[in-house]
Write a protein that binds this ligand. Sequence first.
Ligand code: AMP
Ligand code: MG
Length: 314
Amino acid sequence: MTEVGNDVAKAAELLSRGLLVAIPTETVYGLAANALNEPAVLRIFEVKARPRFDPLIVHGADQDRLSTYVKDFPNWASTLAARFWPGPLTLVLPKKDIIPDLVTSGLSTVAVRVPLSPLTHELLLQVDFPLAAPSANPFGYVSPTTPSHVLDQLGGHIPYILNGGECSVGIESTIVAEESGKIHVLRLGGVSVEEIEALVGPVTIGGIEGSAPGTLKHHYATRTPLTLGPIDPLTVDTQRTGILSFQKRYPEIPLEHQVVLSPEGDLRKASSYLFAAMRHLDALGLRKILAEPFPEVGLGRAINDRLRRAANAA
Ligand code: AMP
Ligand code: MG
């Protein structure tokens, strides 16, 4: 059965034996395995039902330790790492052979990150290997931001969940890569594009041809069909629609069918509650969920990205 606790030594011991442990990070809960142990990594793909063409992010305690697994930290990468690590930023860099191809889906690069979470930091210091960890949820569903989200979906499939409470950022990391001297943001996330551009100049948002399978269009999906669009209480079937709004509450719609992410208009706060709100509305058993588009600035871009993908799956 699955135990939930804050015993870092126990988590380290399970991981050393090739077992999986769910770990807290500031972004979302991760489903971790020893990244250097292929059978353990394979188990991640099995438990999540994740396609093997979708590469994993490798987590380390600091940049120095991650240097063991990548060929080099070029200037742009060191600049971003110095500013945002530990934090919600993932860097794609040429990998060393020690990282199994299974982790990178056969790519010559590996995605690396230093997460910000006291328990996970302590865990990464205790083990002598890096942790491969995608989000701790079945592939395609909304990512978990609390231990109970993990337990709901993976309970019985993993021995241990390291309990670090609620994730403070609540949305996945921003993934950055370089090609022919150009910086690309492959996935919008917890560090905004504006913050990255302030350090490395203009970036391209989107994939690099022939590199990663990229981030899939259908993802982060609720079981209840979700649509993204303006909320007009006059045209909504108010009894059967869940409403996800940024700041505004709608008196015409039953209170219990609405989640307002941040009445004061704080995009950081809104993104930290986004996935929990999607799960909450999904559990109400309604006909559909209607989410309003967020401002296309700062973390609002990452929120819109997740909502768009959830809507694509509907
Ligand atoms: P997650 O599902 O949050 O663990 O994030 C994994 C995502 O990181 C993958 O779906 C890819 O989009 C991206 N990724 C991982 N490794 C690489 C890589 N070597 N090159 C490009 N993107 C990568
Ligand atoms: Mg995921």
